[in-house]
Design a protein around this ligand. Structure first.
Ligand code: AP5
Ligand code: MG
Length: 215
């Protein structure tokens, strides 16, 4: 099974992808995570991407499609993939079609997380992750069971993304509206889009996704 999780910043793509990885053994391919790793490692790709990401703009189609192609090459065709934050433009949607066909994969669903953008600002600006294992948390919506201690690995170090400030989030939302939302009709025409209520709580969103994948 190969699926796309589509939605604006803070819609819950990463949160739901992690659950699918844990529950179903699928692999999450997040271009945002790949780019952040490249920035951290100081690779040429990371050096090109850093300022663009901090501004909330989109990194070039060529760079992100190349990253996805490399990851797909390292996977068995039988392993299900969750595309998180990719594709984000019409050119990336076309590139993904080619990447999938050439590797004998087909796209099963595009799960559209329908959300209220105004509420997402709080989700994004309240988000943080464990600095050791990457588990995601939120100041209000998902606190560690023991304050200051990661539920998963016990680390007491946490970090926030440099692009998770209110100003950059507005730019990221505008990019989503202008360049990403317009790719939905491509997939609607193929009957692949499954809209779900992304404003429900995390477990209800997961249940809705399970209903689609198991239906
Ligand atoms: P990327 O990392 O993809 O960021 P994004 O799309 O802005 O999405 P986020 O990761 O912010 O949100 P999410 O939907 O994963 O939400 P999450 O689950 O964390 O991209 C970053 C940058 O990289 C881009 O701006 C761009 O520069 C570049 N880039 C990446 N891919 C690219 C591409 N393909 N092309 C070009 N450039 C690219 O949830 C958010 C918070 O809310 C969490 O704290 C979570 O706990 C909480 N939460 C989640 N679900 C719920 C819920 N149902 N109820 C309450 N709280 C919830
Ligand atoms: Mg994410």
């Amino acid at each position: 099974m190969n699926i796309i999780l589509l939605g604006p910043p803070g819609a819950g793509k990463g949160t739901q992808a992690s659950k699918l990885v844990a529950d179903r053994g699928m692999v999450q391919l997040s271009t945002g995570d790949m780019l952040r790793a490249a920035v951290k490692a100081g690779t040429p790709t990371g050096q090109q991407a850093k300022a663009v990401m901090e501004s909330g703009g989109l990194v070039s189609d060529e760079i992100v499609s190349a990253l996805i192609g490399e990851k797909l090459d390292a996977l068995d065709t039988a392993t299900g993939v969750i595309f998180d934050g990719y594709p984000r433009t019409a050119a990336q949607a076309t590139a993904l079609d080619e990447l999938l066909v050439s590797r004998g994969r087909t796209l099963d669903y595009v799960i559209e997380l329908e959300v209220d953008e105004a509420a997402l600002i709080e989700r994004v600006t309240g988000r943080y992750t464990c600095a050791n294992c990457g588990e995601g948390y939120h100041d209000r919506f998902k606190q560690p069971k023991v304050a200051g201690v990661c539920d998963v690995c016990g680390s007491t170090e946490f970090k926030r993304r440099p692009d998770d400030n209110a100003e950059t989030v507005h730019t990221r939302m505008a990019e989503y509206r202008a360049k990403t939302a317009p790719i939905l009709p491509i997939y609607e025409a193929r009957g692949l889009v499954r809209p779900i209520d992304g404003m429900a709580d995390i477990d209800h969103v997961s249940a809705a996704i399970d209903g689609i994948l198991d239906g």
